[in-house]
Design a protein around this ligand. Sequence first.
Ligand SMILES: O=C(O)CCC(=O)C(=O)O
Ligand SMILES: [Fe+2]
Length: 295
Amino acid sequence: MEIGNWSATPDLNDIYREIRELGLETNLAELEAYGFTVIENALDPETVKGLRDKIIGLAEARMGRKLDLENEQDHKEVELIPYLLYKDPIFRKPVMQPQQLALITYLLGKHCILSSLTCHLKGPGGAGLLTHSDTGNGIPDPFSAYSHVANTNYALTDYTEEGGCLAMVPGSHRLHRQPTKWEQGLDGNQRYEHVIPIEVPAGSAVIWHGNTWHGSFPRKTPGLRVNLATYFCREYMIPQEDYRRTVPDDFLQDSDERLARLLGADLVHGWTDGGPTEKFRTRRSELARSRTWQN
Ligand SMILES: O=C(O)CCC(=O)C(=O)O
Ligand SMILES: [Fe+2]
């Protein structure tokens, strides 16, 4: 059908049209049905290598030693490499990648913000990352049907179960709760029976609804598993990383309107003596016009 300018769904109309134009309706159906979807070749090989090299360089500086992408043995478990956005211009690309951003906007609305941009750098050994929902930060069960948070996870190395790839529990976004301790295991006789590996080539983006249970398998082979977690939240949540007050001079150009919004330029809360701004009143009337969650 043709999508009209329907008054009941003022934001959804544009968001849906963009999803259709980008050829993502199957991904949208997968996201609705299973709580996650995969876009292969979301990043070109040169960008994947650029991101990976930059992250490994930052990790080496942080950890104070050399790392070996192909043959690493000594870096066990997972090291979080945080706050990547401002480290190099290349980190804008994954945040602004249009396909994932269209699906994230469907899940979180056009006022959503970037919560964090981090790498979970994984070497051989350890327990992996037990399954969980990212709707975790103080949001009690039962979760809502709509997302408060959503994630785009880029594979910067090929994802395999042996190599410690992402794990998913299909359909778990509809359970509206965190997994119990019996539903969290990934390995051996603790492995939860419904967990599946997301085995995709480097350059793929895996996008999920904030409720969906996921984790990542222990790495059983030498070398490193490099991901990039591009984590978004709705505007009423406090982002994990503080971008709003820390945007470097010259980081944003006039044409970067969406990026500025993702970094908090449009947030209406946080006033001081001046009280609510005009933007606050505009937002309130905008919200009052629509009863959908895609605002
Ligand atoms: O290790 C991974 O790729 C999963 C990380 C994760 O749970 C997340 O980014 O929310
Ligand atoms: Fe997570």
